[in-house]
Design a protein around this ligand. Structure first.
Ligand code: NAD
Length: 484
């Protein structure tokens, strides 16, 4: 059975920062895939806008190179590429000045959806929003897409929200968190709320604890200077990991619509406990055969910014009181993997001769690589010799279950951009959610800064500092292995 793809309405999408890294790596390749899949209509127009001096032909040529570079080899159909490039044009624009805006205005067609993707530094969000509105380029139905980071702390996030609200309604603002666009993340909601099996058990009575791991093998590389001002808490936890936590912990929304879902996520963020110093482990990778240390990468031997963070976190409400959430993210770890593990409690009484604390029922939700889900169950080991138990996974690997169609699963960015065109904000963060997340994050950071905390070194290719293992050991638990 092949799912029918319904094309979206014709649209004009302006990509500010069209020559930048994100546009070349994710946005244009993603849009090409949507055209090739038949979801992007032939009447769509893509307008790159950036400071560079370039004409349409040169911009198209640069996008053709980006498609070659960032889409899998053999994934390009020459006729589709030609059609895609024909849809693209370029405007040289100065986000903070006057140049280019009247050209852009003339390009925008009537009677199609207008979307503006702000793939630029956050300092340019307000100047662009202001010019779009004041020059009559964006009307009341236009949508703007805003990239992370959405603020550096609560004050800056509030200021950004306030500034954008001068020109656009909340219903027009799409704050992107690409983790929410991943297939498995939406499947998490489908599994929870589309089945009878899980939801009755989805609480502290049956769930022992939850682990969320986002592990990277790369270091900070060329982004060292930027990263060192941010760190893992602001770069990963405040947004991506908290968003995942919200989807796991939220109450069933009354409907699958943007505000019903986002209202429930907001309640979770507001129920997060503050984190005690003992419940946080911060780390920096040490130098080794695989590369320089974090401190060398950022060029500051005294840096106290963490590129590894693990924490134990509570959600204080009826559903979750007593069930800890363990979050972990870091760079230069053993493998590149993102996983949510829902670890169920042992059966209350075992009639078999097996040790307690086995936690054999684990629902593991893999975001990358190989998106899919696995449910661990205990069965009898086949064969004679009495009742010996083994744990086996019930595997819901999308690649296997969907066969060839698994290759058609859209990347997070493609899906989210199509949602913008459809006007569906469900998978985008609302302003109050972002502020609530910062309101929780700020005091945690202020706490370790006040204590002058120094991150622990850890070996490259490891699972992080040893203290992170202790975070679970002292609770009689252990982390899931970081596996590719
Ligand atoms: P980049 O530095 O590669 O590109 C910046 C773009 O902005 C360029 O096209 C440049 O021409 C344009 N620009 C800069 N000043 C301008 C001005 N005054 N007027 C008009 N255009 C101007 O940046 P990037 O890596 O593509 O990131 C863009 C945004 O996306 C940032 O907010 C970043 O935090 C966010 N982001 C990027 C990634 C990524 O993987 N690159 C991931 C997540 C979020």
């Amino acid at each position: 059975m092949v799912a029918r793809i319904i094309p979206v309405e014709p649209f004009d999408l302006v990509i500010f920062g069209g020559t930048g890294d994100l546009a070349r790596r994710k946005i244009f390749p993603g849009l090409y895939r949507r055209l090739a899949d038949g979801q992007m209509p032939a009447e769509a127009r893509l307008i790159g806008a950036a400071r560079a001096e370039m004409d349409d032909a040169a911009f198209r040529a640069s996008i053709a190179v980006a498609l070659e570079e960032f889409l899998p080899a053999g994934g390009l159909d020459p006729a589709k590429v030609a059609q895609f490039l024909d849809m693209i044009s370029f405007v040289q624009i100065d986000a903070t000045g006057d140049a280019g805006w009247s050209v852009l205005k003339k390009k925008m067609r009537r009677d199609v959806v207008h979307a503006f993707y702000f793939s630029v530094a956050p300092s340019l969000f307000e100047p662009i929003a202001k010019r779009l509105k004041e020059r009559g380029i964006a009307g009341s139905a236009a949508r703007i897409v805003v990239e992370k980071p959405f603020g550096h702390d609560l004050d800056s996030a509030r200021a950004l929200n306030r500034n954008l609200a001068c020109y656009f309604d909340e219903a027009q603002i799409y704050r992107i968190d690409h983790y929410l666009g991943k297939e498995t993340v939406q499947n998490l909601m489908a599994v929870r709320f589309g089945n009878m099996l899980f939801e009755p058990l989805w609480n502290s009575q049956y769930i022992d604890h939850i682990q969320i791991t986002v592990a990277e093998t790369v270091g900070v590389g060329g982004r060292g200077e930027y990263y060192d001002r941010v760190g893992a808490m602001r770069d990963m936890v405040q947004n991506h990991l908290l968003q995942l936590l919200c989807l796991i912990a939220m109450e069933p929304p009354a409907r699958y619509d943007p505000d019903s879902v986002r209202d429930e996520k907001l309640k979770v963020i507001r129920a997060l406990d503050s984190v005690e110093p003992d419940d946080i482990v911060r780390g920096q990778y040490a130098g080794g055969p695989d590369g320089p240390s974090y401190l060398e990468d950022v060029g500051d031997a005294k840096s106290r910014t963490e590129c590894f963070l693990a924490m134990r976190l509570g959600v204080s409400n009826w559903r979750w009181a007593g069930t800890p959430f363990y979050l972990r993210t870091g760079k230069r770890l053993k493998a590149r993997t993102s996983e949510i593990a829902i670890v169920f409690k042992d059966a209350p009484h075992s009639i078999f001769d097996v040790p307690r604390g086995r936690h054999s029922n684990i629902l593991s939700i893999r975001l990358q690589p190989n998106e899919g889900m696995q449910l661990g169950v205990t069965i009898k080991e086949p064969g004679p010799g009495g009742m010996r138990l083994i744990d086996v996974p019930l595997d819901m690997s999308f690649a296997e279950a969907l066969g060839e169609r698994a290759g058609e699963i859209p990347d997070a960015y493609e899906r989210l951009i199509m949602d913008v065109i459809r006007g569906n904000q469900t998978l985008f963060m609302r302003g109050d959610e972002v502020e609530a997340a910062w309101a929780w994050t700020d005091p945690v950071i202020a706490g370790w800064e006040a204590r002058g905390h120094i991150p622990s070194p850890y070996d490259q290719g490891s699972s992080g500092p040893d203290d992170a293992l202790m975070l679970l050991h002292r609770d009689g638990r252990r982390w899931r292995e970081i596996r590719p």
